[in-house]
Ligand binder design. Structure first.
Ligand code: GLU
Length: 508
């Protein structure tokens, strides 16, 4: 792939127009993986081309849109590390000169656009009632005809149309789909050329009697007003595209039509469209499941886009500098949880001790194991702990089970550890723990080096297998058979708590 190719395939209009793209969620629910991927591609595309990324809230569905969903969407995007130049920001401010950025606040724009369409004759009043339309549609279906609108009202004389409206007959405004062309062509930047025959495009409803716009009209007016150059969105919107193109053309001429890039659906591992059935679909659920934002961003970016044939770890910086629509696949992407977990583990392992400490702290604090103050009073202790944990986990949810024993005075020894390492041969365990006690009791400097020197030869001294000795000790110290390395754990636990744990098992 050469740079020249990227340029020409992505952005035929780039040379003369700075890129402006938008993510336009309908806040009828929280941010899902599919929406997040659309947002990521728009954002990366804008960043790559030094353009603007706009967040618009498509809240025309007033009943199902809620401020809570808007807040959640902004939070989920911010959590992913996505920033936007225009639109409502997470801090409550609104940035940008092309607002309002909520559709419910844009009635004036829609009215102006509708008036323009009315005066140019690009739309007409349709007085057909809902019952009439249903009857006609059913009749057309029965004879295998076109169930679309039969254009009964298209040629009503304008004076008559006006007088029926004046008599308060209710009506809608329909687009006058041009008859003098054969098709609408979309040169999709992902899917290539798609041709929609003109007879398949209905005279769609643009607005109601009172001028309130319907979805396709509102969207197109917004995209036009906001100077959007590329519409990058899910291919569930593909059927809207020819209608929107006709509206763009009617309002502002063919040059006003943006470029389109339709993204293929995301499927679950079973090949069906990704949904709740496949597990978590909300971005915030992934935070709870223990994914790091950069890892989820990376995983979502790869659902349909690739840097090359093999790279699987892509930082936000690389995404912003290398993203190209040319490398977006038109084939459906498959969401694979195991792959995402792998990506997450790579991010975890590659984090510096300091960064991992910062990522780990909220989990420890939420589990009431520690406090911010404790961290601030002994940051070096946390920096020592960090690599011991990060090397062993795939998900941040594993931090607490792995580290909790280091923060508690008393621990529960789990069933498996008890039965496998302690209860099988209590006499031997006694011998081991007493030997450990003796070896550690007199250590003045309770550091890793001294602990290791004091304990490493115990198996030889006791004539026991290392596994037997260290498993009993691990179970006693951590309450589990799985823990960070033993000597390090003992050093982090400190002398007092270590001796307490030996005592607790010896005196149980
Ligand atoms: N509001 C639409 C949605 O959430 C997006 C519209 C568009 O991208 O054109 O699906």
């Amino acid at each position: 792939m050469s740079d020249t190719n990227t340029q020409s395939a992505d952005t035929p209009a780039l040379a003369d127009k700075p890129v402006r793209v938008r993510f336009a969620p309908s806040p009828t629910g929280t941010l899902h993986l599919g929406g997040a991927r659309t947002a990521i591609y728009n954002w990366a595309f804008a960043r790559k081309h030094g353009g603007d990324f706009i967040l618009r809230i498509d809240d025309t569905d007033k009943k199902r849109s809620t401020p809570e969903n808007v807040a959640q969407i902004l939070e989920a995007l911010s959590w992913l590390g996505i920033d936007w130049d225009e639109g409502p920001q997470a801090d409550g401010n609104i940035t940008g000169d092309y607002g309002p950025y909520y559709q419910t606040q844009r009635a004036d724009s829609y009215r102006k656009a509708l008036d323009k369409m009315i005066s140019s004759g690009a739309c007409y009043r349709c007085f057909c009632t809902a019952e009439e339309l249903t009857t006609k549609r059913d009749a057309a279906r029965k004879v295998g005809g076109n169930p679309g609108y039969d254009r009964t009202c298209r040629d009503i004389d304008s004076v008559i149309s006006q007088s029926r409206a004046d008599n308060e007959e209710s009506f809608v405004w329909r687009l006058r789909v041009p008859k003098d062309r054969t098709s609408v062509i979309v040169n999709d930047l992902v899917r290539g050329k798609i041709e929609f025959p003109i007879e398949a495009i209905d005279d769609l409803v643009l607005a109601r009697t009172d001028g309130t716009p319907l979805y396709n009209f509102a969207n197109t007016v917004d995209d036009l007003d906001m100077g959007i150059t590329h519409l990058i969105r899910g291919d569930d919107h593909l059927s809207n595209t020819p209608k929107q193109i006709l509206i763009f053309e009617a309002l502002a001429g063919p040059e006003s039509v943006p470029e389109f890039a339709h993204l293929s659906m995301i499927y679950g591992s079973d090949g069906k469209k990704l949904s709740k059935r496949h597990g978590a679909v909300g971005v915030e659920e992934y935070a709870t499941l223990g994914f790091l934002p950069d890892a989820l961003l990376n995983g979502l970016a790869l659902l349909g886009w690739s840097l090359d044939a093999e790279t699987t770890i892509i930082s936000p910086e690389t995404l912003k500098s290398e993203f190209s629509l040319e490398r977006v696949s038109k084939n459906p992407a498959r969401f694979d949880m195991a792959k995402l977990e792998h990506v997450n583990s790579v991010y975890i392992q590659e984090m510096s001790a300091d960064n991992f400490t910062q990522a780990m702290l909220p989990w420890l604090i939420n589990a009431d194991l520690t406090t911010q103050e404790d961290y601030e009073s002994r940051p070096e202790w946390y920096l020592e702990l960090a690599p011991l944990i990060s090397e062993r986990i795939k998900l941040m949810t594993e931090v607490v089970p792995l580290a909790h024993f280091l923060f508690l005075d008393d621990i529960e020894i789990d069933e498996k550890a008890r039965s496998k390492a302690l209860d099988k041969d209590p006499e031997t365990v006694r011998t081991i723990l007493i030997a450990v006690q003796n070896a550690l009791e007199n250590l003045d400097d309770f550091n890793l080096e001294n602990i290791e020197a004091a304990l490493k030869d115990l198996p030889v001294q006791l004539d026991l297998k290392p596994r037997v000795v260290f498993q009993a000790l691990r179970a006693t110290i951590s309450g589990s058979l799985v823990s960070p390395p033993l000597f390090e754990s003992i050093a982090l636990l400190g002398k007092k708590r270590t001796l307490q744990r030996l005592f607790a098992v010896l005196n149980a």
